[in-house]
Design a protein around this ligand. Structure first.
Ligand code: SF4
Length: 606
């Protein structure tokens, strides 16, 4: 078989046993890989277990790789992780870069299913040499409680040869609702709390190593197109989206989003920071000088949006240059626009202790806003926190991850339980969809994205559909087969149809386990080139329409699992009806009636 190994590894932690399951070419022609394969495996191993808790040992935790994993193709290293989510009410799909996915394939597997629960902390070591695979279950009590960088260092020293690692931090061990899974030390399957699912299984880390080479029908063609992509990337103009990613990482998007009025500040009440000092701090020339260090890309990536901090910056020993979403939510959104020091420290605390920066930051912003508006008072919690208090925000993040003190414990259980304890009066200040904190794109400025946050199987996810700009870009719409258009700031029937088509597109990209920066519409490749790459890898003869159909079927399966297992759509959030008060996106809002019409129309399309 080309492009796939044809085997899935099933690990049962309860019995410390493992087995392989094989599938034929017809199966892979239908499910392809990545997110679709992950959902299919989850469904098969979840069986009839309705109404179980995400922390029930019967909840499968699934990892799945893509067609190009294991080869030096730019943007093709992503791994999909899927399970019942402790943060929201249904299933969740999360993704990360790094070498875990490619190494899982080199070990001889397209996917990995973790079942059961170890009776005490373990890590699992998967090693394939030649035709022989072994899985070892190793006592991890000495790693339990260690932050992830420290745990990884210890693991590296124990493992002798090089393994790729998926691991959790103390937040995952402590079943914090927004705990994430880290790959190596600087890639994160951040969303949906899947690190807590791993923690509930007493699984500190999965280490994988293999020496298999993936087989492709026409490797030369894939590499030829890959080379063309690298050439195109070189030719983009300075300041273009792709060049900002290459030169400043997603950290550089602070400046673009500030200029567009799309930067959440003070718990999403404002969309830009009214300060020339802030603008000076985040302009690209200054970022280059003060923050951006060496590239630390996913393997073979010619864009390399992942970076280290500059060698002489005070953050040089941090794991990686903060991502846009992280510093926006833990910086300006906490009122820390002029206290980057604490904002960046807050990102690093989350990374080391194993929490999603977006959800954790939103929880703190919510609490700050409640105190600012005197919805909460100090006596209720024997605690208070206000916007701009970076020191307290950092302390509270540690308390959440380590479940220390009353506010830390309260927020560790996530949005639903926190509202239950603090009362409905706090609900209007929550910036989350179905328990998952909102990413750093203002839904009032980008109503299509806002609609996507509140609707469908991956709550609060900005990477499951294209952003609103596409709705008025004739070239992109035509290439997606669309003859309709809409205004970027509108939420009408055309906008939801465009949103749905791009959801299907990104579902296809996730099925292929590709990076959306490289394979997003209009970024590096044409759709024809992408299709040619897939066919050169698999030997199948898909058309673009057939790949889109697979994307749609995958999305259907994700919808089916999410809604059947307890997921819901979010109610309209009343604050979206209020106009953004100032700045470049002044007056933007979402009318509740437009939203409900859009929702009805969207639901009629499925
Ligand atoms: S663009 Fe960034 S996230 Fe995407 S593959 Fe390259 S380094 Fe990884």
């Amino acid at each position: 078989m080309f492009g796939f190994i044809g085997k899935i590894l099933i690990i049962d932690l309860t019995n410390k046993s493992w087995k392989e399951v094989s599938s034929n070419e017809d199966f892979y022609f239908k499910y392809l890989g990545g997110s679709f394969l992950a959902a299919k495996l989850f469904k098969d191993f979840f069986g009839d277990n309705k109404n179980i808790d995400p922390f029930d040992p019967k909840n499968p935790l699934v990892f799945a790789t893509g067609v190009f994993a294991g080869e030096n193709v730019c943007g093709a290293t992503r791994v999909n992780v899927f399970s019942l989510s402790p943060e929201t009410t249904g299933t969740y799909l999360s993704q990360a870069g790094g070498e875990f996915g490619p190494d899982l394939k080199r070990a001889g597997y397209d996917g990995l299913v973790i079942l059961g629960k170890a009776d005490s902390p373990v890590y699992v070591k998967i090693t394939t040499v030649g035709r022989t695979c072994s899985c070892d279950f190793i006592d991890a009590r000495h790693l339990w409680g260690k932050d992830r960088v420290e745990a990884n260092e210890i693991l590296k020293s124990e493992l002798v040869i090089k393994y790729s690692m998926a691991s959790i931090g103390p937040a995952g061990e402590n079943l914090v609702a927004c705990a994430n899974i880290m790959f190596e030390v600087d890639h994160y399957a951040g969303r949906g709390g899947l690190g807590a699912v791993m923690g509930s299984k007493n699984l500190k880390a999965i280490c994988v190593s293999g020496d298999k080479k993936p087989q492709f029908k026409n490797r030369n063609k894939i590499m030829e197109i890959n080379k063309l992509g690298a050439k195109r990337q070189k030719g983009y103009e300075a300041g273009s989206f792709m060049k900002v990613l290459e030169n400043q990482g997603t950290f550089g998007l602070l400046d673009l989003n500030q200029a567009a009025g799309n930067l959440p500040t003070h718990n999403f009440t404002q969309a830009f920071v009214d300060s020339s000092e802030f603008e000076d701090e985040i302009c690209h020339a200054n970022i280059d000088k003060k923050y951006v260090g060496k590239k630390k890309a996913c393997k073979a990536c010619y864009v390399a949006c992942k970076k280290k901090y500059a060698k002489d910056s005070p953050y040089a020993d941090f794991t990686a240059l903060a991502e846009y979403e992280s510093i926006a939510i833990l910086g300006p959104n906490l009122g820390l626009a002029d206290d980057f020091n604490h904002g960046l420290k807050a990102c690093e605390i989350c990374n080391k202790l194993g929490m999603d920066t977006i959800s954790a930051g939103n929880l703190i912003a919510w609490m700050m806003d409640c105190f600012e508006n005197e919805v909460l008072n100090e006596n209720e919690l024997d605690y208070s926190i206000k916007f701009g208090d970076g020191k307290k925000a950092c302390e509270l993040l540690e308390d959440i991850a380590l479940r220390k003190g009353q506010p830390g414990n309260l927020l560790a259980d996530g949005v639903f339980k926190a509202i239950e304890k603090l009362g409905e009066k706090t609900k209007p200040y929550i910036r989350a969809s179905r328990g998952v904190g909102l990413p750093a794109h203002m839904p009032r400025k980008k109503p299509g994205i806002g609609f996507g946050y509140l609707t469908g199987p991956n709550p609060g996810d900005h990477m499951k559909l294209e952003h609103d700009w596409i709705a008025s870009d004739p070239g992109s719409l035509k290439s997606l087969g669309l003859t309709i258009s809409s205004e970027p700031d509108a939420l009408d029937k055309n906008k939801v149809e465009i949103a749905r088509t791009t959801q299907i597109y990104y579902s296809m990209v996730d099925t292929l386990s590709l990076c959306m920066f490289i394979f997003g519409p209009g970024n590096i490749y044409t759709f024809d080139e992408m299709v040619e790459m897939v066919n050169s890898a698999t030997g199948f003869n898909y058309s673009f329409e057939e790949l889109m159909k697979i994307g749609e079927q995958s999305l259907q399966l994700h919808r089916e699992l999410y809604y059947e297992l307890g997921g819901k759509d979010e109610e309209f959030l009343p604050y979206l009806n209020e106009e953004i008060p100032e700045g470049p996106s002044k007056s933007s809002k979402i009318n509740e009636s437009d939203f409900e019409v859009a929702r009805e129309h969207y639901n009629s399309l499925w």
